[in-house]
Design a protein around this ligand. Structure first.
Ligand SMILES: Nc1nc2c(ncn2[C@@H]2O[C@H](COP(=O)(O)OP(=O)(O)OP(=O)(O)O)[C@@H](O)[C@H]2O)c(=O)[nH]1
Ligand SMILES: [Mg+2]
Length: 214
């Protein structure tokens, strides 16, 4: 089992940071196709509904090695029983819809709500992905609508094509960047808080030692 090799902070014993990524979205939007393109550079042109598949991929992103633990989830409602469990475990989420399927766009909103509810916060790293960009003639969701939903989610947005390998790496890499940014912010805040605590301790000490006795 992969998880047994992880240390608590997601750093493997080898020193490579492991990122737990979850791919979400309605059935047939291309979650598996995007994952396969990212991991294996191949495109499967038939729909084989996923129950749950896990992949590992190592990539150098902005000069730092990252190991991506990718969970390709089920979009078909009959297979979504594990949803809340992987929502608790994921560090970052790729929420996908198809630009040819308006219903999948509405479902993307539901996924974001569910993540916020399960995690009890609204700042979990996500990327919004409108897939099947190559099927322009069948487009049902405009680029502007996608951008506007991403603004609502405060997250980056890409229109991708798993078929043409269009913006596939960018979507995954950007998700890692968002996770890293959030981590840096958190450690900056911790540093600030520690510095505040330290300086208040020093202040108390100075007051005690140097306060003129009356
Ligand atoms: N033209 C085109 N077809 C795509 C693209 N991405 C996926 N498809 C096709 O859409 C169908 C569904 O793709 P999957 O990747 O299996 O969809 P999924 O989201 O994993 O579906 P579930 O596992 O059932 O949730 C397949 O026939 C794919 O070949 C794309 O970017 N362009
Ligand atoms: Mg699938």
């Amino acid at each position: 089992m992969q998880g047994q090799h992880h240390q608590a902070n997601g750093v493997k014993k080898t020193g490579v940071r492991v990122y737990k990524i979850v791919i979400l979205g309605d059935g047939g939007v291309g979650k598996s196709a995007l994952t396969m393109q990212f991991v294996c550079h191949t495109f499967q042109d038939y729909h084989d509904p996923t129950i749950e598949d896990a992949y590992e991929k190592q990539a150098v992103i902005d000069g730092d090695v990252a190991k991506l633990d990718i969970l390709d989830t089920a979009g078909q409602p009959e297979f979504t029983a594990m949803r809340e469990q992987y929502m608790r475990q994921g560090e970052g989420f790729l929420i996908c819809y198809s630009i040819t399927d308006r219903r999948s766009f509405d479902v993307a909103m539901e996924y974001k709500k569910l993540i916020d509810r399960v995690r009890k916060r609204d700042d979990i790293p996500i990327i919004l992905v409108g897939n099947k960009y190559d099927l322009e003639k069948q487009r049902k969701v405009t680029t502007e609508e996608g951008k506007s939903l991403a603004r609502q989610f405060s997250c980056p947005f890409f229109e991708t094509s798993a078929a043409h390998r269009h913006f596939v790496d960018d979507s995954f890499h950007t998700l890692i960047r968002v996770i890293r940014q959030k981590e840096n912010l958190t450690s900056d805040e911790m540093l600030k808080n520690n510095t505040k605590k330290q300086s208040s301790k020093i202040h108390t000490f100075i007051n005690k030692v140097f306060k003129p006795r009356s």
